[in-house]
Design a protein around this ligand. Structure first.
Ligand SMILES: C[S@@+](CC[C@H](N)C(=O)[O-])C[C@H]1O[C@@H](n2cnc3c(N)ncnc32)[C@H](O)[C@@H]1O
Length: 216
């Protein structure tokens, strides 16, 4: 999930310049651009890193590896021995992600790349075994990712949907395309789920984040 970003005030560009990406992230971003993959922007990347650090994440899942941009950001926030499982249906994208990870010097045991469709792979992952799940694969499937992501999370873990504001389209009542309607529905379902503590963050193209509550 992602979308065209709007930044009328220039704030997001200013923040990105305040915290520039290093050469390996820039190279991963370049790889993504070359194959038309919409990587999370640097501001969203830093927010994902923050969420990984805040949850003390040791085990995380990413749906939609792309060329590894969000993967690299998440790894920076994970515990030093943390492992990220990243799923993508396009072997070519994961080949690029492997190049990004190798260039960044990431140890092979820290990222488990799984080639396949998210909804086929998710059922193979264990209940309650993960601290953070990032959903950034097929926008139309996001509502189906939600119950699987919540199942994977331990209590206090967080699920995050990238591209949740669709670059301004989700808040624009005249936008009625399928992806926008799906993003609105997802935002509503996450907001109204009593088992989640939600926040819709206007970061990049939008991060819809929610923490799984401790059962009463
Ligand atoms: C927006 S990109 C991910 C960008 C990446 N998270 C980043 O920030 O660099 C979406 C990715 O999801 C993959 N994808 C699309 N549909 C998918 C599906 N149903 N299951 C798994 N991956 C899928 C695409 O191949 C693409 O690499």
């Amino acid at each position: 999930m992602s979308g065209e970003r709007t930044d009328p005030s220039g704030e997001q560009a200013w923040i990105a310049a305040w915290q520039p990406e290093d050469a390996t992230l820039a190279a991963a971003r370049q790889r993504a651009a070359e194959v038309g993959v919409d990587a999370v922007d640097p501001v969203a990347g830093a927010a994902l890193r923050l969420l990984a650090a805040l949850t003390g994440a040791r085990h995380a899942v990413e749906l939609g590896t792309g060329a590894g941009v969000a993967t690299l950001w998440l790894l920076q926030g994970l515990q030093p021995d943390g492992v990220l499982t990243s799923i993508d249906s396009e072997p070519e994208h994961q080949r690029l992600a492997k190049a990004s990870l190798a260039e960044a010097g990431v140890a092979s045991g820290r990222v488990r790349l799984i080639a396949g469709r998210a909804l086929d792979v998710l059922p193979r992952l264990s209940d309650g075994a993960y601290d953070l799940v990032l959903c950034d694969a097929a926008r139309a499937e996001a509502l189906d990712y939600l119950p699987e992501a919540v199942r994977l999370l331990r209590e206090g873990g967080a699920v995050v949907f990238a591209g949740a504001l669709g670059g301004g389209r989700v808040a624009d009542p005249s936008a009625r395309d399928a992806d926008t309607l799906a993003a609105r529905e997802l935002a509503k379902v996450v907001r109204d789920d009593p088992s989640l503590v939600p926040a819709l963050l206007p970061v990049g193209t939008g991060l819809l984040a929610a923490v799984k509550r401790t059962a009463a």
